[in-house]
Design a protein around this ligand. Sequence first.
Ligand code: CMC
Length: 432
Amino acid sequence: MSEQEKTFTLTNDQTGESCKLAVRDGTVGPSVIDIRNLYAETGHFTFDPSFTATGSCKSRITYIDGDEGILMHRGYMIEELVDKSNFLEVSYLLLYGNLPDKKQYDEFNHNITYHTMVHEQVHHFFRGFRRDAHPMAIMCGAVGGLSAFYHDSLDIWDEKQREISAHRLIAKMGTLAAMAYKYAVGQPFVYPDNSLDYASNFLKMCFSVPAEKYEVNPVLARAMDKIFILHMDHEQNASTSTVRLAGSSQANPFACIASGIACLWGPSHGGANQAVLEMLDEIGSKDRIPEFLERAKDKDDPFRLMGFGHRVYKNFDPRANVLKKYADEVLDELGINDPQLELAMELERIALEDEYFIERKLFPNVDFYSGIILKAMGFPVSMFTVLFALARTVGWVSQWKEMIEEPSLRIGRPRQLYVGSAQRDYVPMNKR
Ligand code: CMC
């Protein structure tokens, strides 16, 4: 440790022994205490279940300030990216670190659209699923299964292969997500149309049928594109940490992204947008809101207000603020007058005035509004998390690529505080 380095001294109250730990600064945000030598120097591990106080990696991709409601990708504010950019340009930014010039953008656009088709055998793979399978179950299987189709891009130590896998994943997620939807509704799979932008192509693959002409509604395509940007990355959240942990064992990128999809599926994470609409169904009418608010506050009742609160944002979720605007645009365009939407708005109003929610700084998160827009666009509730996974794939592959390119890559391996039995002798069954 050099003299100029900032340090943090930890003292053992019992023995008086102390240990100096390096303090490392990021570009912005709180500094961290480097505890990598802690066990060697003190014989202790740290205890941080759920990793609320642990930085698991260095990253240059996304910065969040939960108190201020700031989300930045590569230094650009999310509000500005949503306003001025598009899904592919932000994908380039996340993957490569800077905004592309025109030539780089055209080349990237070409590379992504070139990979939108999936191997024809993947269609047969889909047909093995039950028609009522949850599309996230299909996505876990189908994306993991891609490693069985694209053997030529599995060498994670080859930079070119890493790049091709990243392009394939971003390109094919839209196609696979649309196929999961088509499979559930019993309509034929629609092949990608590479003359369209990513969001328009995705809407066409979901909502067109071979028997009829389909025009992409530009307002919906714009909103879809914005929803994708808003969900692309969120630094070391549960699914991204899962992808990194899986990748740290040198598993192939398709397997790693499949692990991220599995983690995202849970209702505390990406499954929350589905859970919001299910909750609204359960509440049913405005007069029952107070009853459900009481349940949300009751510690003995597992019910929570889905779409409210966030592990990191403790004042507001910047993504939710942006999305509310597009929710209004889509609902206006479609002329939707949905009682469930009115219920959602009333729930939002009452919760935001409630002491319990004010005190705990609980406010609507991105999932509260995304569920509402996606429903208006015609997506079934079961597809909501799939759309989240589609967008988040860009963040996952960018984080995975960043990790693999880190020279100090080692397999991730958290420790534990063991509280089970100490050593005891085996007792034969007839003596227990
Ligand atoms: N409804 C009722 N009470 C809540 C809620 C909620 N949705 N969220 C938090 N609380 C309470 C919690 O019980 C605790 O109360 P107390 O201090 O009295 O014990 C207090 O607020 C602090 O919450 P916490 O448990 O420390 O919050 P957390 O950081 O562990 O959990 C969360 C964050 C997102 C899992 C949680 O807020 C939640 O379950 N929300 C509903 C699910 C949801 O909308 N998830 C989507 C998150 S955004 C998408 C993403 O980025 O993945």
